[in-house]
Design a protein around this ligand. Sequence first.
Ligand code: HBI
Ligand code: FE
Length: 293
Amino acid sequence: MSLTPDFHSGINHGVAPVTYGQGDRPPRGDYGSARADYTCEQGWAAYTEAEHDLYRRLHERQSAQLPGLACEEFIAAVGELGAPDRIPRFDALSERLYRATRWEVVAVPGLIPEEAFFRLLANRRFPVTGWLRRPEEFDYVVEPDVFHDLFGHVPLLFNPVFADYMQAYGAGGLKASRLEACEYLARLYWYTVEFGLIATPAGLRAYGAGILSSAGELRYSVTSPQPRRIGFDLERMMRTRYKIDTYQAAYFVIDSFDQLFDATAPDFTPVYRRVAEGGELAPDSLLPADRVY
Ligand code: HBI
Ligand code: FE
């Protein structure tokens, strides 16, 4: 896969999410030390001063560009990660997070199989990769590292409605893995949790972790005239393929986190059937029914 750094979002999941580990790159991280549920120790003492400093510089660069681009709920919660100059200890962070929404952060060696991932989310345990990108990956890293998972994903887990959506997504995933609908859920995850936008009275704002942890895609997703921005439509998103190594061609816009949570209420079996019948859509497709921003 040719990786041209100037056109990358700050993160993508490198391996095609559904065919976990079969991507053209071997999984990165020490999976030998992981438990049966794929969790492992964070190994906080092993981080070097250079790694803490790289984390500090990543945190500083992203924090500077949040106003006017990140949603208010994210900005209000990002401070919960703790001191911005050192990689947080997951156990201390989990104590704060558990008090807020009964979630905890658990260390994993990197990307884990869908079933294990869904099961952790269904149990309100968010998997955070232990390793940090290398200095030469400052602007772009293929796999999710500790900065993407912590800075991108954890702050919104302090938001009660979003926290419930994440658990509902995990619970739905456990059912989907029996229905072979993992690809549809992976797309839903991608266009919401990773690259979602939310409409606010002040304009569109980012809430997706892949955007919020990206040096360039945060501004691009909210302000560039190039990508499509389409109103949230569950089946439309489940039909739409996504690109994993460039900025997104389309972003989907929710009206509220309640809308996201409410969408997980119905039984997805008929949804999956209609998605299968509807057929796949290219990332840059446009349908007559699309609510375009
Ligand atoms: N594993 N550690 C980790 N983090 C993820 O975000 C992740 C994963 N495995 C699979 C996956 N995401 C996606 O396929 C989800 O859509 C299931
Ligand atoms: Fe992610």
